[in-house]
Design a binder for this molecule. Structure first.
Ligand code: THU
Length: 118
């Protein structure tokens, strides 16, 4: 369900929640470029809004084209780290490519020196 007519880069993200439910989202672009949103943040904001109290156990990310494994941008890394901090448990990240995937056990590994407000 990606909407990416400007970049032609379609990203999908799926989250496994602690009750076994899997929810997904995709990147959404806008004619006003900065108003678009990445798949990962679309998904985590959806989970926070509609499944609050659920923990995200794992988050898989994939793209089309899939010439290499899809890894989150800096802003998404921060929001994944924020989510981990809030829920008090790590999120396993699965970075998918066409023929391979890398598993990272926590956003902390992807974003050292995470911003903290205070
Ligand atoms: N994009 C994501 O959905 N997730 C990322 O982590 C990085 C980039 C999207 C945003 C934009 O719609 C397209 O990929 C090209 O940057």
């Amino acid at each position: 369900k990606s909407y990416a007519p400007y970049s032609d880069f379609r990203v999908g993200a799926a989250a496994l929640l602690d009750d076994g439910e899997i929810v997904s989202a995709a990147n959404q672009e806008s004619e006003v470029f900065p108003s678009g949103m990445c798949a990962e943040r679309s998904l985590l904001y959806y989970v926070q809004s509609n499944r609050s109290g659920r923990k995200v156990r794992a988050l898989a990310i994939a793209s089309l084209p899939a010439s290499r494994e899809c890894s989150p941008c800096g802003a998404c890394r921060q929001v994944i780290a924020d989510t981990e901090k809030r829920q008090g448990a790590p999120i396993r990240l699965i970075l998918c490519g066409a023929c391979s995937a890398t598993v990272v056990e926590s956003a902390r590994a992807l974003l050292p020196f995470t911003f903290k407000l205070e």
